[in-house]
Design a protein around this ligand. Structure first.
Ligand code: ACM
Length: 519
């Protein structure tokens, strides 16, 4: 197949696109006609095009580039849009503001790739090929998860991450804020969470179970102001930031800050310096529940996402089995045994979120019963997503064999150190299982979509993050938006799309040997 014209190599592919003859030229004289409610999309268009084009794109009642919000177009849903480009003008229409924001990203991709450069460009005609596009996503959850607990990243990088998500029409930024190795979420009621839990003395070198450490302290945390700013920045791009503060496992950083949260408060535990599954978990006293309700209150105060992730993965139960207080709690609650405290704990946190009008999201674990109001992230096996949807849960597909981009994308010594054991190549990412079981429309409606995961045990720099995400996240974004094109069609478009990634300095193809050496 011939590589398509780069500017028609749209990723993700629109659900319907036909080309027309001619082109529309954006220049200094182009004016925007903006209907009520479409101002944020016009502002985003100006912001995105300004660095390279310098075009003012001023508003005018007789502008030839129209951005229109029209509730009558309800068939386009929350995020669909229609885009008509002719030599005389451009018409971008949607029923809802988010649809216009998606359409703005399509306009950006239709321009010569130089429009994405972050510096003034001269000598390029800003032509848009004439097209007729109607574009509606198949899935409402199109996510990208980033672990900033294992390796902290500044907000400036998170903004860039969101920009790249928005370019690919992804809409949920899952921010993994806490783990055994670091607590990054500011909580005014409990400042030691970040003061103590935000730093570790050093990090394990190599995969879990190793015995070498780098001797290099690592730390960082965000301020409320930074995170609020991030939420607003993301909203301007049609992206929701979903926070994750995980319980009742993966809490060693919190235990280092507040030992009374543990099953044995007399112990002095440091922030974990190892990788793998830590056996220390939360105690089960009322004061622990109250503590994490307060944490969630502050999380909800900063993040307006309707969905709030509370972790729930990889929670060893040996400490509860050894603890008389935990065994007594299990008996008092009428549970079958201490292991059932795992789902009991998640149940209490879920209730708290539901009372506040939010929806709890939890990583699925085999054998852990979750309240049906929990949205499940299915990561262990592809069939888990369907099984959970059949039980009545909303589900996000996060199957590690297709969506864990901390696994290497190809075998071989040329790749930087990665999570061992699995290869997730472009084909695997594109192959993420989203097929709704046809005879079960209810089940299909509960499969919200999918997201890519980037755990960062072995990934400390933005360049390394982006090397791992791109182009695999492009493949996932494509599948979850439309997903009917097939791999050959996608890879042909990706060849053109790479010029955009280059323009944005995304190291999608930098030989790993040139990347900073990760720990
Ligand atoms: C996970 O990978 N522990 C959700």
């Amino acid at each position: 197949m011939d590589a398509p014209r780069p500017e028609l190599a749209l990723v993700p592919r629109p659900s319907r696109l036909s080309t027309r003859s001619g082109r529309f030229r954006l220049d200094a004289a182009t004016r925007l006609r903006v209907t009520a409610g479409a101002e944020p999309a016009a502002a985003l268009l100006r912001t995105l095009l300004a660095p390279a084009t310098g075009l003012p794109l001023e508003p005018s009642p007789d502008g030839t580039f129209v951005l229109a919000l029209d509730a009558a177009l309800s068939g386009l849903g929350d995020e669909g849009y229609g885009l008509t480009v002719s030599p005389q003008g451009v018409l971008l229409r949607a029923a809802r503001p988010a649809g216009l924001l998606r359409g703005v990203q399509t306009v950006r991709q239709l321009l010569p790739y130089e429009a994405l450069l972050q510096r003034p460009v001269r000598g390029v005609a800003w032509n848009l090929h004439a097209v007729e596009i109607t574009d509606v996503p198949r899935h409402s959850w199109r996510g990208s998860h980033l672990d900033v607990a294992r390796h902290f990243q500044p907000v400036s990088y998170l903004r860039r991450h969101i920009d790249l998500m928005a370019l690919h029409k992804l809409n949920v930024f899952h921010l993994h804020l806490t783990d055994d190795q670091g607590w990054r979420m500011p909580v005014a009621a409990y400042p030691r969470l970040t003061e103590v839990g935000g730093r570790r003395a050093e990090s394990m070198v190599g995969p879990a179970g190793g015995d070498r450490f780098d001797g290099v302290p690592h730390g960082g945390s965000y301020t409320r102001q930074e995170l609020r700013g991030l939420v607003a920045y993301a909203a301007e791009r049609g992206v929701t930031v979903m926070p994750e503060t995980g319980v009742p496992g993966h809490v060693r950083a919190a235990l280092a800050a507040y030992p009374e949260l543990g099953t044995d408060p007399s112990r002095g535990l440091g922030v974990w310096t190892e990788w793998g599954v830590c056996e220390n978990v939360l105690g089960t006293g009322d004061h622990v529940l109250d503590f994490f309700r307060t944490v969630l209150d502050e999380v909800m105060d900063v993040f307006d996402s309707p969905y709030v992730h509370i972790g729930g993965d990889e929670c060893p139960t040996t400490e509860w089995e050894r603890s008389p207080a935990a065994r007594a709690r299990a008996a008092r609650e009428g549970l079958a045994g201490p292991a059932a405290l795992h789902s009991w704990f998640i149940g209490r946190m879920s209730e708290h979120l539901l009372r506040a009008g939010r929806r709890p999201v939890v990583w699925a674990e085999t054998g852990v019963h979750l309240p049906l109001q929990c949205t499940v992230m299915s990561w262990r096996d592809p069939g888990g997503a369907r099984a959970a949807a059949r039980r009545g849960h909303q589900v996000v597909q996060a199957d590690h064999r297709a969506t864990y981009f901390d696994y290497a994308q190809r075998p071989g010594p040329g790749e930087p150190p990665a999570q061992p054991g699995v290869i997730v190549d472009l084909r695997a990412a594109y192959g993420v299982d989203l097929a709704p079981p046809a005879p079960e429309p209810d089940v299909a409606s509960r499969l919200l979509g999918a997201q890519g995961q980037l755990w960062t045990e072995f990934v400390s720099t933005p360049e390394h993050i982006e090397y791992l995400l791109y182009p695999r996240l492009c493949a996932l974004a494509e599948r979850v938006w439309d997903g009917t094109a097939g791999l050959p069609d996608f890879t042909a478009r990706l060849a053109g799309h790479r010029a955009r990634l280059d323009a944005l300095n995304v190291p999608h193809d930098v030989p790993p040997a040139l990347l900073p050496v990760p720990r």
